[in-house]
Design a protein around this ligand. Structure first.
Ligand code: DUC
Ligand code: ZN
Ligand code: ZN
Length: 469
């Protein structure tokens, strides 16, 4: 099967140039001006448009069992929605219950993800510790292509990792050549503040950000980074939402630590006023952790992205509909945490990043795709346009415009946090390993067409680091 994308301007993280791209059997086979279409080859005209690596969302939770319910978006509907927005790969999370065998949990998530329409991989959360977990982490890295382990420093009484667990798992990650990652919020502090707010009779969604102040994130980011510094393991902090956490990353990087930060499209563009909405459902629809913050934090996050202190953008796509959020009508701590974004991440970042001059088009590719591929060791298979790479491509129309709405999105959720936002710059065509999955509003995602992407360990680089210790 071959496709020739003709007449577009290729944009990678490094370069912008006019060339055609020939895709054969799922891979990029040739790049050059005036390429000839082989017999039987489909030709797509990309004149006046950009041809970019498909987006990679490093942070999604499809059909996650969480807070007494299950996320409404499954691996098929979620990856299909991603394809409609130009995202061609995701890294989701296996989250074992405490005491659940982590290999069993991994197999369960692999089963669920069979229906994916786009390629996918997994970070595996370490939610408890014993010798079997230590052993099984090795199996996951050596045999299953897992190279990152996630630690929730929040969610006390459920999946929270204490310092002992962080120490053991970070040290084991270093040994294995895997990246340690954290959700940085001080879970004890959040728990105590939740109790205090409820006791004071503050039970609505407006209490959610009050229970998770920026200091709770800054403290956890500092603690995780300091542990990682002493242990010598690289650390990636997911969904950085505050100045406090960003400053910790900058400090660590400035001291030569291998520290990375991800920012969510939602945290860049939505502020905490959403929790004051007198319509309970609308306020609850924005309950996610960490919460949306003040404009001051948003400005700092943009600068973090522009300066390279934050390297990747994700969504934490985790969908709960109004009937699910209603579980917390009398107690905000029971509102399932999560919001959607996979379909809109690329267009909102283009609109508010590229169109405002904050990001160049090459930086856009870096922060939506290439940096994630590099940090999680799947580059240049993913995140780049070169011969031999997977033909995960998006043809991007910088002039196309739309108003984001729940009425037209493909995500399986009854609300959209970007509702009413006018965006300019949209995917016109999305290819997943050479197959056209989206053309101008026509979503042709195929259930089960996505493949699991193994991510090799970083042994050589890690060996060098471990030796310095
Ligand atoms: N935050 C959310 O909002 N949802 C899923 C997990 C998380 O950390
Ligand atoms: Zn999180
Ligand atoms: Zn998450």
């Amino acid at each position: 099967m071959s496709t020739l994308i003709r007449g577009g301007t290729i944009v990678t993280a490094e370069q912008t140039y006019r060339a055609d791209v020939l895709c054969v059997d799922g891979k990029i086979a040739a790049i050059g001006e005036g390429l000839e279409a082989p017999t039987g080859c489909e030709t797509i005209d990309a004149g006046g448009q950009y041809v970019m690596p498909g987006g990679i969302d490093p942070h999604t939770h499809m059909q996650l069992p969480f807070m007494g319910t299950v996320a409404s978006e499954d691996f098929y509907s979620g990856t299909a929605a991603g394809l409609a927005g130009g995202t061609t790969s995701i890294i989701d999370f296996v989250i074992p219950d405490p005491k659940q065998n982590i290999l069993d949990a991994y197999r369960t998530w692999r089963e669920w993800s069979q229906k994916s329409a786009a390629d996918y991989g997994f970070h595996v959360a370490i939610t408890w510790w014993d010798e079997s977990v230590r052993e099984d982490m090795g199996t996951l890295v050596r045999e299953e292509g897992i190279n990152s382990f996630k630690h929730f420093m929040a969610y006390k009484g459920a999946i929270m990792a204490d310092d002992e667990l962080l120490y053991n798992s970070f040290a084991r990650s270093l040994e294995l050549g895997a990246m340690a990652t954290v959700h940085a919020e001080n879970g004890e502090l959040v728990f105590q503040l939740q109790k205090k707010l409820l006791a004071e009779g503050i039970t609505g969604p407006e209490a959610h950000p009050l229970s998770r102040p920026p200091a709770a994130e800054g403290e956890a980011a500092n603690r995780a980074l300091r542990l990682a510094e002493v242990i010598g393991v690289p650390l990636y902090i997911v969904h950085v939402s505050t100045i406090e956490a960003l400053e910790e990353i900058k400090r660590a990087r400035g001291q030569g630590q291998r520290a990375y930060g991800e920012v969510l499209a939602g945290h860049l563009l939505i502020d905490e006023s959403v929790y004051q909405n007198p319509d309970w459902d609308k306020a609850a629809a924005h309950v996610m952790s960490p919460p949306f913050r003040s404009k001051e934090h948003q400005d700092a996050l943009w600068k973090g992205l522009q300066s390279g202190a934050l390297q990747t953008t994700g969504t934490d796509h985790c969908c709960f509909c109004a009937d699910q959020k209603a579980a917390g009508r009398d107690d905000f701590t029971l509102i399932p945490n999560g919001t959607a974004g996979i379909e809109d991440r690329m267009s909102v970042l283009w609109t508010h990043g590229v169109n405002t001059g904050k990001l160049t088009i090459n930086e856009f590719v870096a922060v939506t795709s290439s940096n994630t591929a590099k940090i999680f060791n799947i580059y240049p298979k993913k995140g780049c346009i070169q011969v031999g790479a997977d033909a995960d491509l998006v043809i991007w129309d910088p002039a196309a415009t739309k108003t984001i709405s729940v009425k037209t999105h493909h995500q399986n959720i009854d609300t959209n946090i970007f509702e009413g936002m006018q965006v300019t710059g949209l995917a016109s065509h999305t290819f997943t390993r050479g197959k056209l999955a989206y053309i101008d509003g026509d979503l042709r995602a195929i259930r089960g067409a996505g493949e699991y992407v193994k991510r090799p360990a970083f042994s050589a680089a890690f060996d060098a680091l471990a030796k310095q210790k």
